[in-house]
Design a protein around this ligand. Structure first.
Ligand code: FES
Length: 154
């Protein structure tokens, strides 16, 4: 199902937990790393490997915003849309990014480089508004700072 190295990683991760299903979050990262998103086959395969029902794996994938069921860009831009960030202009910044990239919220640029999403609280409310780019966090963002950031990633 996965490359030899990712199969080894999966085996090792599963071995760290007394109950296989507890490995679901890191296992889904492996799936997403392998295929760029979590596929139907990934869900069926991980359900079998982790002694879970297919719908249980699907529920985890759809609950957490860090997993995607469809292909995403190289850089996933996730703007927080919860209260503190909204009060600090997150909505305007999201619209600005959407306009700059020519990409709808929830969409991916035609070159496959950027995906733009709105997500719930990123846990940095005191530093609102916040943006997560893949695994990096950017606090107190502005239209100017996101312009610089996006230009540096192009
Ligand atoms: S409200 Fe945006 S990080 Fe918490």
């Amino acid at each position: 199902m996965y490359t030899e190295s990712n199969e080894k990683k999966l085996d090792e991760i599963i071995s760290h937990y007394p109950v296989k299903r507890s490995a679901i979050l890191p296992a889904l990262y492996i799936a997403q790393d392998e295929h760029g998103h979590v596929t139907d086959d990934d869900i069926r395969y991980l359900a079998k490997r982790l002694d879970m029902r297919v719908n249980e794996v699907e529920e985890v994938v759809t609950f957490y915003s860090m997993y995607s069921r469809k292909p995403i860009g190289k850089y996933k831009l996730q703007v927080c849309r919860t209260l503190s960030c909204m009060l600090q202009g997150a909505e305007q910044i999201t619209e600005h990014i959407s306009h700059k990239l020519g990409c709808e919220i929830g969409g991916t640029t035609p070159d496959g480089k950027f995906t733009l999403q709105e997500v719930e609280c990123l846990g940095y409310c005191d530093l609102a508004p916040c943006l997560q780019v893949n695994f990096d966090y950017h606090e107190k963002i502005s239209t100017e700072s996101v312009d610089q950031l996006i230009d540096s990633l192009k």
